[in-house]
Design a protein around this ligand. Structure first.
Ligand code: ZN
Length: 398
């Protein structure tokens, strides 16, 4: 049964979908705009020292720009717009504890509150937005599993990959990709790979599947480490999983300043071999764009070219292992305009096209940035850590 349904926008498209061309289903609903994070000093509270505050970096505008570029840009004729119902509470509770979801609901009534005591704001509208985001994520996954979509993109907020089973973190409320993965497992998928190239460690997703050998979690991120009580995971290569999950979590911290070539090497030389060994039946991608070179919340240097290559690679992996079953989930990406261009580039890669859309911000030649990283060495260390964890079992996740 298909959870999603076509929006009326289909009827308004000027150019019909070409059945011979690769196409993409995007899942959207305006409810995701209801989550209001306010303004302040970046993600911190407003400062009386400032003449003007700024919007919280995780805001609705950034996603409206992604939506706009997909509606108006060169990929528009290849995109079908879909919507879906909110998730059910049972679906949310496949990943999150009831105690935690009660906190979110309370913040929706009494808020705005900072759920993690830091930058994660929740208030009136958050519950509806987060439930809708999870529902769209599930529907995008269903559309791929049913064969109705060749690839799907859940264009959702609030983002999810930092949200752990029992707590909010890093502007994330419900772990959309984790909830979607549980849904796919419930539908009988046996092996799922979650590839997370958001600039920050996908710690919530890692936590949710840390002892689970059915879900391979891979995160490429800058080496920011722990950032407080709500984010105890380090994102280091020695966090390999626990119990049955040992060997099913791969962290790839890349140095600050990593660019297109570095990410390309990490994907080809470190992630691809592990994906090949695992042979997933479904690939889910936490596709934040905050590794872009102008992101205020990231320290990497990816351009549109780099994101296009990321999209192309996961498309190839899905073709090799997962009968083309590929779902992308929006996460971070805080440069209000450039994020949209990088999202467009990612989808070009997924669709196997170069649309000719000009990179408006590729000022500097950073093609060699960050190539001092040796993906083969990281992978060797990871395998040694797995052996060590098997010899000395015990919790490695703080
Ligand atoms: Zn991020």
């Amino acid at each position: 049964m298909r959870h999603g349904s076509r929006t009326s926008r289909d009827d308004q498209q000027e150019e019909p979908l070409n059945p011979e061309s690769p196409s993409l289903d995007v899942f959207w609903h305006d409810d995701i705009l209801l989550h209001d994070t306010g303004e302040g000093v970046f993600e911190d509270a407003p400062s009386p020292l400032m003449y003007a505050q700024e919007p919280h970096p995780e805001n609705a505008t950034r996603l409206l720009n992604v939506k706009a570029i997909l509606e108006r840009g060169p990929l528009r004729s290849r995109i079908r717009w879909n919507t879906a119902a909110p998730a059910s509470e049972d679906q949310i509770h496949r990943f999150h504890t009831r105690t935690y979801t009660d906190c979110v609901r309370e913040a929706d009534t009494r808020g705005p509150l900072r759920l993690d005591g830091a930058g994660t704001v929740a208030g009136p509208g958050t519950w509806r937005a987060a439930m809708r985001a999870a529902g769209l994520s599930i529907a995008a996954t269903d559309s791929v599993l049913s064969g109705e979509s060749r690839a799907a993109y859940a264009l959702v907020r609030p983002p999810g990959h930092h949200a752990q089973p029992g707590q909010a973190d890093g502007s994330c409320i419900f772990n959309n990709v984790g909830i979607a993965a549980h849904h796919a497992l419930d539908r009988g998928v046996k092996r799922i790979a979650i590839v997370d190239w958001d600039q920050h460690h996908g710690n919530g997703t890692q936590e949710g599947f840390y002892d689970d050998d059915r879900v391979l979690t891979v995160s490429i991120h800058m080496p920011h480490g722990c950032w407080g009580e709500n984010h105890p995971q380090r994102g280091t290569v020695d966090e390999v999983g626990e119990g049955a999950g040992i060997g099913y979590n791969l962290n790839l911290p890349v140095a600050y300043g990593a660019g297109d070539a570095c990410y390309d090497e990490v994907m080809r030389l470190a992630v691809r071999p592990v994906i090949d060994e695992f042979a997933p039946e479904l690939i889910l991608v936490a596709c934040g764009q905050d590794a872009n070179q102008f992101d205020p919340n990231g320290r990497s240097l990816l351009t549109m070219r780099g994101f296009r290559e990321l999209g192309r690679q996961v498309r190839a992996w899905a073709a090799a292992h997962a009968s083309n079953r590929l779902v992308l989930f929006q996460e971070g990406g805080y440069a209000v305009t450039y994020t949209a261009f990088c999202a467009h580039a990612t989808l070009e890669g997924v669709l196997g096209v170069d649309s000719g859309l000009r990179d408006p911000a590729a000022y500097y030649d950073q093609s060699g940035a960050g190539t001092s990283i040796n993906p083969g060495e990281i992978l060797k260390t990871w395998r040694e850590c797995i052996e060590n964890s098997r010899r000395n079992p015990g919790p490695t996740n703080p």
